[in-house]
Design a protein around this ligand. Structure first.
Ligand code: DGL
Length: 269
């Protein structure tokens, strides 16, 4: 695999674009293949085995298209798939995943209460439990969770700033605010796109914490160590691939990336 090859980025939908933005900021020369499994989004409430299977198929599609590695830019997919993927591809094809950003939230809290907003899958997975055990419990920090199955479809539909999104956020986050949480871990890559709606509803109640910039730094280190960081001249670029209707996703990708002439291609996984 050469450093000129693109880096794969996978999410069930457009949420991973929040991670892609950080990856591009950290590595402006890199080429990316962004795959959104829009035929199956949302995956957050699907059974563990199905989440693992869908993620495996998507990563195989990126591998087959010549990606030099993959960032699983989805907390739910990461929660169930990182170990099997690393076993399958070995060290020559780096697989980088996401863990909810509990560590920085624990370091920043003043109230001693941290909220985590995530999908049912991420709340069920072991990665979240591990970081709570490792960082929150020894520090005596209480972690409260909030879950919603409605937020991902709203972001997918380009409705992140809608009254409906704000109503869902009001409902699921009010208990955390009442319990004194001052940090809110955005445990799903779709949720950074809800930041405006969260601020509109809750003002400065929560400091919002996500893993986008940390995973971008980590990815840069992994590629550098593996000799896979692109050295070539010129700007990087992104090819957008979807498994569902490209015309439905194109305007949402354009809005969320601030891009104008976005091309979205349909693929099967
Ligand atoms: N962006 C995915 C995550 O980070 C959304 C999962 C879903 O499709 O429900 O978990």
């Amino acid at each position: 695999m050469t450093s000129e090859a693109p880096l794969g980025v996978f999410d069930s939908g457009v949420g991973g674009l929040s991670v892609l933005a950080e990856l591009r900021r950290a590595m402006p020369r890199e080429r990316f293949l962004y795959l959104a499994d829009t035929a199956h989004v949302p995956i957050g409430a699907r059974p563990d085995e199905e989440i693992r299977d869908l993620t495996g198929r998507a990563v195989a599609a990126l591998h087959a298209r010549g990606a030099k590695g993959v960032v699983v830019a989805c907390n739910t997919a990461s929660a169930f798939s990182l170990h099997p993927l690393r076993e399958r591809y070995g060290p020559a094809f780096p697989v980088i995943g996401l863990v909810p950003a509990v560590k920085p939230a624990v370091a920043a809290t003043r109230s001693g209460v941290v909220g985590v907003l995530a999908t049912p899958g991420t709340l069920r997975g072991t990665l979240l439990r591990d970081v709570i055990r490792k960082f929150a419990e020894p520090a005596g920090v209480q972690v409260l969770t909030a879950v919603s199955a409605e937020l991902v479809p709203l972001v997918e539909a380009g409705q992140a700033c809608s009254e409906q999104a704000r109503a869902v956020l009001r409902e699921v986050l009010t208990p955390l605010s009442k319990a004194g949480a001052d940090q809110l871990v955005l445990g799903c890559t779709h949720y950074p796109f809800l930041a405006g709606s969260i601020h509109a509803e809750f003002g400065d109640t929560f400091n919002l914490v996500d893993s986008g910039s940390a995973v971008a730094r980590h990815t840069q280190n992994v590629l550098e160590t593996a000799g896979l960081l692109r050295q070539g001249e010129g700007e990087g670029e992104v090819a957008y691939l979807v498994t569902g209707d490209p015309e439905a996703t194109r305007p949402v990708v354009a809005t969320l990336t601030g891009g104008q002439n976005v091309t979205v291609q349909q693929v099967t996984t």
